[in-house]
Design a protein around this ligand. Structure first.
Ligand code: TYD
Length: 200
């Protein structure tokens, strides 16, 4: 089972990924569960993350780097774990590229989809999209990376991107709405309810 968490910066997806990972560790055992993240997840991709989050490059170059990092992550960590029957939780994945590079930086969405298809990047089984007011999200985000220096308009486009992904793929995506009005426990109880009602 491959589960991802998505949302704009400051939406609390890292906390929710950790809470859900602890839940699976308790019920399935420490060795049957992997918590990972993007950009990153392998030695190569964690090194490249440093460059990606700092350097100002063309958005298409950024996309190509992200796909290369994701390919490495899927091939070396995610697929082998899934083949062993493990549950994999990933903090950000393909939807972040569609939302940030596609909707936010206006890279052609077809190009993003085609590149992922060409190298056979798998889709998550279930995705949680944490939808939060942009101003609240940004005020919560801590270590500022280059995206967090972007303006509200950019983040509104990114947020809209996540919302549209959820509309297009309702079977995969679960949107947690109005996260700005909820604490971590409230958000987590919505997550766990969806997980249990889906029989995961
Ligand atoms: P994240 O690890 O969530 O940030 P933080 O260190 O604040 O928890 O993600 C880092 C940034 O990378 C985030 O601003 C979004 C961006 N990003 C993209 O633009 N495209 C992508 O495909 C991914 C995975 C992340």
């Amino acid at each position: 089972m491959f589960i991802t968490f998505e949302g704009i910066d400051g939406s609390g997806k890292t906390t929710q990924s950790e809470l859900l990972a602890n839940h699976f560790k308790q019920i399935r055992g420490e060795n049957n569960m992997i918590l990972t993240r993007e950009p990153g997840g392998t030695d190569f991709a964690e090194k490249a993350r440093g460059i990606l989050l700092k350097d100002d490059v063309d958005p298409v170059s950024e996309l190509l780097l992200l796909v290369s990092m994701r390919y490495e992550h899927v091939k070396k960590l995610i697929l082998p774990a899934l083949k062993e029957g493990k549950t994999v939780i990933c903090d950000r994945f393909i939807d972040s590229t569609i939302a940030y590079q596609g909707y936010g930086l206006e890279v052609d969405l077809e190009l993003i989809r085609d590149l992922h298809k060409l190298v056979k990047i798998i889709r998550p089984d279930t995705t949680f999209i944490l939808d939060i007011d942009v101003k609240v999200g940004l005020s919560r985000a801590k270590d500022k990376n280059k995206y967090e220096e972007m303006n509200i308009n950019f983040y509104n486009k990114v947020r809209k991107g996540f919302q549209e992904i959820a509309i297009k793929e309702p079977d995969r995506c679960n949107v947690i709405t109005e996260v700005e009005a909820k604490d971590n426990n409230q958000v987590y109880s919505e997550v766990i309810n969806k997980i249990t009602s889906a029989g995961i």
